[in-house]
Design a protein around this ligand. Structure first.
Ligand code: FES
Length: 159
């Protein structure tokens, strides 16, 4: 993966505030890494830090600030548990705890077999169906832990 800025972007950097330009260049490089890898790997962070001559902590600081950046390798099936107010009040935490136990991973990580990744989100936009999860972009609402088990079984049975 190449993270070098283009000549055009290098020319722009010469004419303005170098610190602001580095910060401005960081987000496009993070976006590029995410498109190429599906997430922001530690190697990508190291490379971006090197290209922009900033610390890896600065790169992580920006990457963790924006929800669009994933810092873990996505699984074959990505599960998002809504922890927005409505879902939280109607059992979102219970679903998250259940999934954590069933998958053996915490939110923001991927199972060792790469089958599932688990994350939390603020609101999936269908609060009337709380509690809600999204699996590979498909919304499941009014869920109980046993219904989550059925979804996991279905996904596991797919070869
Ligand atoms: S709070 Fe969960 S969908 Fe809105």
């Amino acid at each position: 993966m190449t993270m070098r800025p283009t000549r055009e972007s290098s020319d722009k950097q010469k004419n303005s505030n170098p610190i602001a330009e580095k910060e401005g260049a960081l987000i496009p490089l993070l976006q590029k890494a995410q498109v190429q890898l599906g997430y922001i790997s530690p190697e990508a962070v190291e490379e971006i830090a090197g290209v922009l001559d900033v610390s890896e902590s600065e790169v992580y600081g920006v990457a963790t600030f924006y929800a669009e950046f994933k810092l873990f390798r996505p699984g074959e099936h990505n599960i998002k548990v809504c922890m927005g107010t409505s879902c939280y009040l109607k059992g979102g935490r219970r679903l998250l705890d259940h999934l954590t136990r069933k998958l053996g991973i915490r939110a923001g990580s991927t199972t060792k077999d790469s089958k599932f990744s688990l994350e939390t989100v603020a609101c999936l936009g269908c609060c009337s169906k709380s509690p809600v999860i999204s699996v590979d972009g498909v919304i499941y609402g009014d869920l109980s832990p046993s219904q989550v088990d059925s979804i996991l079984s279905r996904l596991r049975s797919k070869a």
